[in-house]
Design a protein around this ligand. Sequence first.
Ligand SMILES: Cc1cc2nc3c(=O)[nH]c(=O)nc-3n(C[C@H](O)[C@H](O)[C@H](O)COP(=O)(O)OP(=O)(O)OC[C@H]3O[C@@H](n4cnc5c(N)ncnc54)[C@H](O)[C@@H]3O)c2cc1C
Length: 410
Amino acid sequence: MKTNRYLQTGEKSLCCGCMACSRTCPFGAIEMRRDEKGFSYPVLDLEKCKDCGMCQKVCPMEENYVGQDAEPDTYAVCNSSEEVVRKSSSGGMFSLLAEWVISQGGIIYGVEFDKEFGVRHGRATTMEEAARFRTSKYVESDISQVYTSLIQDLEEGKIVLLTGTPCQISGVTKHLRLKKVGTEKLYTCDNICHGVPSSKIWRDYLSIIKSAYIKPGDKILQINMRSKKNSWQERMLDIELENGDIGQEIKQFSFNQFFSSMYGQRNSCFYCRYTSYKRPSDFTIGDFWNLENAGISFDTTKGVNALLVNTDKGRELFEKLRTHAKVQPVSKKACWQAHLEYSSKQPAKQEQFWKEYSETENKEEILKRYMKGSLTTRIIRKLSPVLQKTGLYGLAGKLYKVVFVGKKNE
Ligand SMILES: Cc1cc2nc3c(=O)[nH]c(=O)nc-3n(C[C@H](O)[C@H](O)[C@H](O)COP(=O)(O)OP(=O)(O)OC[C@H]3O[C@@H](n4cnc5c(N)ncnc54)[C@H](O)[C@@H]3O)c2cc1C
């Protein structure tokens, strides 16, 4: 069979859920279905399959960037607008790109909350709409709506900015190549990525929040998983209601803690093919945590991006935009982030978590217990701020790799 390795084996570490195979199959033989954990996987209809091999060619998990070095231009970046920085996860680099694309009459694809606060990719034609994509949503986004309209936009000659996780960007751009869609006007921007948690757990979490933390009659207006209300470093989950907000009340029961505990993460994230300086996008953006080593001359306390400019096309655009931001070239070493080198480590008890979670009625109790994280996660949470302050963040991360990660996804 010439199908991709996931379709041949059913091995979940081999599918990142980007949907590219199901969108590319010329015979409509691949359908995406959610499993019991809330992650979608392709299902092959053998009667329709003609073994053409397109699903293998398009699959981003058939690539492996890990261990392949590259020399992107590396910067610390902070948007010139204080308001934009306040409303963004880090330094507002996404908005810098989005504003230029919108000013050219272009289109932005990014990740937003829907009306029920599910997480999905959306399309924006104005900056007001694109503002919904600001701030990281620490949940797997449903990218199904992007494929068709993105092709239409590009075929109409529009400038487009596509954002998402590196595996999503890789899946979509490989799809465009196979469909022979011109990408001269497409700019891509991926995130440095820790991995994506299950949308099912996010939905369950919101139901618990609604029943246990919100008074009857009150309503969620907005959710910010990267609120800077207290500080940038805190990465606070804030939920704004019609009557007040409950950021402080849910501090001990924050989905963000569950995100960093890794128990709800998609299996393929532990075997990520994109944890390297070689990237599938023109730009890569992340948080700049390694501040002590970088000697940055502007104020970084409200948030600053680590930016990798990976392609000549990206370089040309960044030259036009950099005057609208505080920009400092930094070394690749200063820009270092764990997930530019290795994937998150799967918690030893992840399967036990899922078993307990699916069997219990009391999901709040299980989430509270597991969001504390494994002993290693708890140590990392405590040490990270100290390591960032002392400039030992990169060194500690490399040591962690030697002890815990090894070469598993190279
Ligand atoms: C799941 C996830 C894991 C991350 N892990 C890391 C990490 O380990 N290290 C690190 O330095 N940075 C990580 N980031 C990136 C970081 O949180 C910021 O998104 C990034 O620094 C951009 O900041 P900004 O101020 O420029 O963007 P903002 O203005 O906040 O824009 C957010 C950008 O992220 C995109 N986005 C939001 N939610 C999702 C999602 N669920 N899936 C895909 N794209 C999304 C939006 O479309 C937009 O492009 C992660 C982001 C996500 C979504």
